[in-house]
Write a protein that binds this ligand. Structure first.
Ligand SMILES: [Zn+2]
Ligand SMILES: [Zn+2]
Length: 340
């Protein structure tokens, strides 16, 4: 299993994050934000493989590329496209779906499920291409689980609403399912001979209570699993953009706790440390704060994105140093800035 990722767009321009979760048996792609021109970095097949599109918020630089995404997916035949966002996402996406001339839609496939997340619930609505998106089909609200916002087959989603000036920005963390491997030494110690039962051991559809005979002795799958399986946590990737949290605040502590141990933190880095007044005014982080956050959360590595275009290459290089003063494993996406 693995989480592959790619930052779309360039330094000082709109950005997005494309993630593919490869479980070994299946591959699923997720897109975080959709700024102008970002999808130029992806093949059509990749754009059409995105099962979930997550909007952090709806400022233009995060949504201006949505028309391209919609054009490639509005009549997707093989199942719904799922869109997520902060409060207001359903109304806003509905406007976007309807903002085209529709007259050849009646026989088209296509379904869109839009969810909006606040602090206590997930609201949901369906939209149908064959209806020209005229009808909003509300679905029952779901209470927001304090840990897991959405459970998929091979990964789960966690979310936080972070302050971005006067609006919230939806931060996301995707966690792969834990990996379970058979421990050959434990199998040898128990004197068990490999057979078809081994495959069933990691098959979740086989209940723990199911009896099985191995090497002539009676077991249950549950007993074999607790003796023979080694569990290692899956990889994780967090996407945080357009937010401002003050060090030492309760929200900062919650953010550190939430991000602790994350494999890859993809984080905005809009301003240099010296421009903190500007950063606060616009609800953004500075490079040094990103470094402090990464250090306190002991993440695996950090990828900086969403850099202000007010800066030069030299400023961006200095920005990375400002973050690295607190945390060593901080990179820009490959090829963004010469020498970095
Ligand atoms: Zn932005
Ligand atoms: Zn913004």
């Amino acid at each position: 299993m693995a989480i592959e990722w790619q930052i779309l767009g360039q330094a000082g321009a709109d950005n997005a994050l494309f993630v593919t979760i490869d479980s070994g048996q299946s591959r699923e792609s997720l897109l975080f934000d959709c700024g102008e021109g970002c999808l130029r970095d992806l093949r059509t097949g990749a754009i059409q493989s995105v099962s979930h599109l997550f909007f952090s918020h709806f400022h233009m630089d995060h949504v201006a590329g949505f028309d391209t995404f919609f054009r490639h997916n509005y009549n997707r035949p093989e199942g719904p496209v799922q869109v997520w966002g902060p409060p207001g996402a359903i109304e806003l996406m509905w406007h976007r779906f309807r903002s085209f001339g529709w007259n050849l839609h009646v026989d088209q496939p296509g379904e869109w499920i839009v969810r909006e997340v606040d602090d206590v619930r997930v609201a949901m609505a369906r939209f149908i291409t064959a209806e020209a998106f005229a009808i909003r089909h509300p679905q029952p609200d779901q209470a927001l689980d304090p840990v897991i916002t959405f459970q998929a087959a091979t990964w789960h989603l966690e979310t936080r609403l972070l302050p971005h000036g006067s609006i919230p920005s939806l931060a996301s963390r995707v966690v792969e399912k834990a990996k379970r491997n058979i421990d050959p030494a434990a199998m040898h110690a128990l004197g068990l001979v490999p057979g078809p039962w081994l495959k069933e051991l990691t098959n979740d559809s086989v209940a723990d209570a199911t009896p099985v005979r191995v090497s002539g002795r009676p077991f249950t799958f549950g007993a074999l699993r607790s003796s023979l399986l080694l569990t290692t946590p899956g990889d994780s990737i967090a996407y945080l953009t357009d937010f401002r949290v003050e060090p030492g605040s309760p929200l900062w502590a919650d953010l550190v706790h939430w991000l602790t141990g994350t494999t890859t933190l993809v984080c905005e880095c809009q301003y240099r440390a010296d421009d903190d007044t500007l950063a606060r005014r616009h609800g953004h982080m500075t490079a040094d704060l990103v470094g402090r956050l990464a250090a306190e959360a002991s993440v695996g590595s950090v990828v900086l994105q969403h850099l202000s275009r007010r800066y030069s290459n030299d400023d961006w290089t200095a920005m990375r140093h400002e973050a690295k003063a607190f945390f060593p494993r901080i990179e820009f996406p490959a090829g963004w800035i010469p020498g970095n």
